[in-house]
Design a protein around this ligand. Structure first.
Ligand code: FES
Ligand code: FES
Length: 157
């Protein structure tokens, strides 16, 4: 089947199988390997991408389901060579160890901060509960999201 996706702002026309998963299209057909394959069953959040402005698990989403939509992957987050405030905050707070979970966390954090620019610690913990990290213990990830929120609020002043 032919589908059309707008991936990181670029329109792509693709031939896909009816049962082809979005994660495989992104990674294998488009070479966007920043989106990670973890569990493959919707448990870990490593495969999270933004569809329009919602976080979506690309391991549970058929490519044909998102025909015509805007897809944002981690490769589309930095702009003009400048890291996004969420990416900067993850680096500054040491919220990355092996980095496997990081693209999923950053996409999830972006959607949280779009919906709620000033989340409490508890709201952050609740929102990221679908993303698993085996390395960091989450403390620095939560701090990074709080710091990113501050940065974005300051940018808007
Ligand atoms: S790979 Fe999709 S949720 Fe784990
Ligand atoms: S940094 Fe290794 S899984 Fe999160």
């Amino acid at each position: 089947m032919k589908i059309e996706l707008i991936v990181n702002g670029v329109r792509k026309t693709l031939d896909v199988e009816p049962n082809e998963l979005l994660i495989n299209v992104l990674r294998e057909k488009l070479g966007l390997t920043g989106t990670k394959y973890g569990c493959g069953i919707g448990e870990c959040g490593a495969c999270t991408v933004m569809v329009d402005s919602e976080p979506v698990l690309s391991c549970l989403t058929l490519a044909i389901e998102v025909n015509g939509k805007q897809i944002t992957t981690i490769e589309g987050i930095a702009k003009d060579g400048q890291l996004d405030p969420v990416q900067e905050a993850f680096i500054e707070e040491g919220a990355i160890q092996c980095g496997y979970c990081t693209p999923g966390f950053i996409i999830t954090a972006k959607t949280l901060l779009r919906e709620n620019p000033n989340p409490t610690r508890e709201e952050i913990i609740e929102y990221i509960k679908g993303n698993l990290c085996r390395c960091t213990g989450y403390v620095n990830i939560v701090k990074a999201i709080q710091k990113a929120a501050e940065k974005i609020r300051k940018e808007k002043l």
